[in-house]
Write a protein that binds this ligand. Structure first.
Ligand code: MN
Length: 320
C-alpha cells in the first residue's frame, strides 16, 4: 500500500497563559476555546490523530500581542516564541511554528524574528493584520519585512477585526463580522503592500494569506485591469509591476476555512498549484471536515500531495 501524503496544516492557533493574563489585565474579552488553544501537548495531538492531521504549523492566536502596550508586547512575544519552541522540541515531528512579534516596536520585532528563526528554529512569522490601525505598507514597519526577506522566511498575514482606519458601522454587518469583515481587512492589507511597492523594495519577500487569499485570487484580472488604468493618473502608486505578478510571485495561499472544490480549483488555475497549501484554522474550524474536504476534491494524487505536504515543506523550510 502506498503511504498517503503527510497532512501538514499551516494556520493552527495556540495560546499562552502569560499572554492571556496580560490581555485580561487590559480588558480583552475572554477567549473562546481557550482550553483547546492552551493545549500544545497530548490533548491537541489526540485531536490531530483523530482527524488525520500529521503536522500543525502553530501560531499565537489572533491578535497575538498586537493590542498590548509596547513593553509587555515585546516581552510576551519572546515568551510565546519560547513556549512554541518548547512544544516543537517535545514533538518535533508533529509541530512546527511561526513566530509572534510586536509590530508596534518595529526594531524589536525584527530582532525577535531573527532570534526566533536563528536560535529557536521557527519557520516564519505571523502578523495579525493591522497594529493600532496601521498597516505594514507604512515604511516604519519595513525593518520587519526586511528581516523576513533576509532570513528567507514567510510572513503569514492573518486576519483580525478591521482596524479603526477601515472599520465603520457599515462594515459591521450582523452575521458577517468574520466571513466578510476579516476578509476585507486582510485583503485590503495585502493590496496596500502591493500598491506601496513593498515587493519592489523586497522582491524575495513571501506573504502567506489564509482563506484562499482573502478573495484576491478571484479578483486577479479585474485588479490588473483597473490598476493599469489608475496608475496612469495616480503618483501615489509605487508598484512597478501588475498586481497579478505579485500575487503569483510574492504570495502563497492556504485553504483555511475553505473546504469545497470549486474555489480551490479556481485558485490553482489563477495563481498556480505551487502557491497553495492546506490549513484548518484549528480550533476555530473542524480538522476532520478540512481533511475530508480536501480528500473529496477531484484532484490528482500529485496535486493533493503538493497542497497537503510538499508546498508547506518548501515554504516553511521544515527540516524533518
Ligand atoms: Mn486563523
Amino acid at each position: 500500500m502506498i503511504k498517503r501524503e503527510r497532512v501538514i496544516a499551516t494556520e493552527e492557533a495556540f495560546a499562552v497563559a502569560d499572554v492571556e493574563a496580560e490581555r485580561g489585565r487590559t480588558g480583552s474579552a475572554p477567549r473562546a476555546l481557550l482550553a483547546e488553544l492552551l493545549d500544545v501537548g497530548e490533548g491537541r495531538l489526540a485531536t490531530m490523530d483523530a482527524a488525520g492531521v500529521d503536522v500543525q504549523v502553530l501560531s499565537l492566536a489572533s491578535p497575538g500581542v498586537q493590542d498590548l502596550d509596547d513593553d509587555p508586547a515585546v516581552a510576551l512575544a519572546a515568551v510565546a516564541n519560547d513556549r512554541l519552541a518548547a512544544a516543537i522540541a517535545a514533538h518535533p515531528t508533529r509541530f512546527a511554528g511561526l513566530a509572534a512579534v510586536a509590530p508596534q516596536v518595529p526594531d524589536a520585532a525584527a530582532t525577535e524574528l531573527e532570534r526566533a528563526v536563528r536560535k529557536l528554529g521557527l519557520n516564519g512569522v505571523l502578523i495579525n493584520s493591522h497594529t493600532r490601525g496601521e498597516y505594514l505598507d507604512d515604511a516604519r514597519y519595513w525593518p520587519i519585512l526586511q528581516a523576513a526577506e533576509a532570513l528567507n522566511v514567510p510572513l503569514y498575514l492573518h486576519p483580525r477585526d478591521p482596524g479603526s482606519t477601515l472599520a465603520g458601522p457599515a462594515l459591521n454587518v450582523p452575521g458577517f463580522r468574520v466571513g466578510w469583515g476579516f476578509t476585507v481587512e486582510t485583503g485590503t492589507h495585502a493590496l496596500r503592500l502591493i500598491s506601496a511597492g513593498v515587493f519592489d523594495r523586497f522582491p524575495r519577500l513571501q506573504i502567506v494569506l489564509g482563506h484562499l487569499g482573502e478573495a484576491l485570487p478571484f479578483l486577479i484580472h479585474r485588479l490588473d485591469e483597473r490598476f493599469s488604468f489608475e496608475r496612469k493618473a495616480n503618483p501615489k502608486i509605487r508598484a512597478k509591476r501588475f498586481p497579478s505578478e505579485y500575487l503569483r510571485e510574492n504570495f502563497h495561499y492556504t485553504t483555511s476555512g475553505m473546504n469545497t472544490a470549486a474555489p480551490v480549483q479556481a485558485v490553482i488555475e489563477l495563481v498556480g498549484l505551487e502557491r497553495l497549501m492546506f490549513a484548518v484554522d484549528y480550533p476555530f474550524e473542524d480538522q476532520r471536515a478540512a481533511v475530508d474536504g480536501l480528500r473529496r476534491m477531484p484532484l490528482t494524487d500529485v496535486a493533493r500531495r503538493t497542497i497537503m505536504e510538499t508546498n508547506a515543506l518548501r515554504v516553511f523550510g521544515f527540516r524533518h
